[in-house]
Ligand binder design. Structure first.
Ligand code: ADP
Ligand code: MG
Length: 326
């Protein structure tokens, strides 16, 4: 087993001609962390990951893995391994030969290749399928083979670029739990790129939220959800209302809004009511034209239900107000 290592990015920049894809980011990821790089399409997540992997050169700054600056090292010499967005396995090779492939590239002899490939397949509980071709495996099983192929080189850090995007919603949730379990068992850091806030929340010890090549906020899921640093973060992670309040800007969680027919608060009209099972999503528009969303527990809602078009009041407690940075 490789020793888990800390990773540091110091003022790392990536330019493609005129485009600055990653703009001088600083980042520390302690060994053994499940880290998600989260942000909208084009914000620089994949570029960051590819620079860590060595598949892309660094325009400026340093990538430090363990005690070593690795900028100049080729991918195979870094102690990182990458699992790609489309985890396309070689269709004409068995699961075992697919997993053994990176070892063949490294010049490992045939006997050792076979032993290590079988071990890696064991790790992802796919040993009994090792003779099968990819076409004889389900999507989830192919994904595990791809994971074994990434792990067979004994990386200190595993890099995953949107690894769940090709899976159907049910499989996504199952494989996500498996990734988390593998990461815990291996004790190495996983750096997982996603544009899904739900995925990041479910998986990460550390979420890095990126926007336009910069880091907007880094922290554990709860601290980000409870204290989004900026308007961008509050909007991107969802579940928050961004409200202009005088010369400042505040956010209030959707599940902290109170909606009532009479009483006090800001007058608003119900736009839409969406039943979601455990809760009801009530979208509102205030007299001032501000759109808001209240998440009301099912029982509370049906004690006094509303319909689209109803005039209501919306209010929130002082304690639930969160200030956003300008
Ligand atoms: P993300 O993974 O967050 O969607 P990327 O890192 O792929 O973002 O891209 C960030 C920016 O860099 C985008 O504007 C994208 O168009 C640009 N970009 C990415 N790769 C290249 C490339 N090889 N050549 C030129 N521009 C690129
Ligand atoms: Mg990408």
């Amino acid at each position: 087993m490789a020793r888990p290592a800390d990773l540091e990015l110091a003022s790392v920049t990536k330019r493609y001609g005129e485009t600055t894809a990653v703009d001088s980011i600083d980042l520390k990821i302690k060994a053994g962390t499940y880290c998600c790089l989260l942000g909208p399409s084009g914000c620089g997540k994949s570029s960051t990951l590819r620079m860590i992997a060595g598949h892309e050169s660094v325009s400026d700054g340093d990538i430090v893995l363990g005690p070593e600056v690795v900028n100049g090292l080729p991918p195979a010499k870094r102690g990182t391994a990458m699992m790609f967005q489309s985890y396309a396995l070689f269709p004409h090779l068995s699961a075992r030969d697919n997993v053994a492939f990176p070892l063949r590239m490294k010049g490992v002899n045939k006997v050792d290749r076979s032993i290590r490939a079988t071990d890696a397949l064991k790790m992802v509980d796919m040993e009994r399928y090792q003779a099968r071709l990819p076409s004889q495996l389900s999507g989830g099983q192919q994904q595990r083979v791809a994971l074994a192929r990434a792990l067979v080189t004994d990386p200190q850090i595993l890099l995953l670029d949107e690894p769940l995007s090709a899976l159907d919603p049910f499989l996504k949730i199952r494989v996500r739990a498996e990734l988390k379990r593998f990461q815990r068992e291996l004790g190495i850091s996983f750096i997982h790129v996603t544009h899904s806030q739900e995925e990041a929340m479910a998986l990460a010890d550390l979420i890095i939220i990126m926007n336009a090549g910069r880091i907007e906020q880094a922290g554990d899921p709860r601290s980000i959800f409870n204290a989004p640093a900026t308007e961008f973060v509050a909007r991107f992670i969802g579940g928050h209302n961004v409200i202009p309040a005088g010369d400042r800007k505040i956010s209030v969680r959707s599940d902290r809004l109170h909606v009532s027919a009479g009483g006090q608060g800001t007058p608003a009209t119900v736009r839409e009511v969406e039943y979601q099972g455990t809760a009801v999503f009530v979208s509102l528009v205030t007299e001032a034209g501000l759109e808001m969303m209240a998440i009301v527990p099912e029982r509370t809602f049906y004690a006094r239900p509303f319909e689209a078009g109803d005039a209501v009041h919306v209010h929130w407690d002082e304690a639930d107000i969160h200030e956003l940075a300008a």
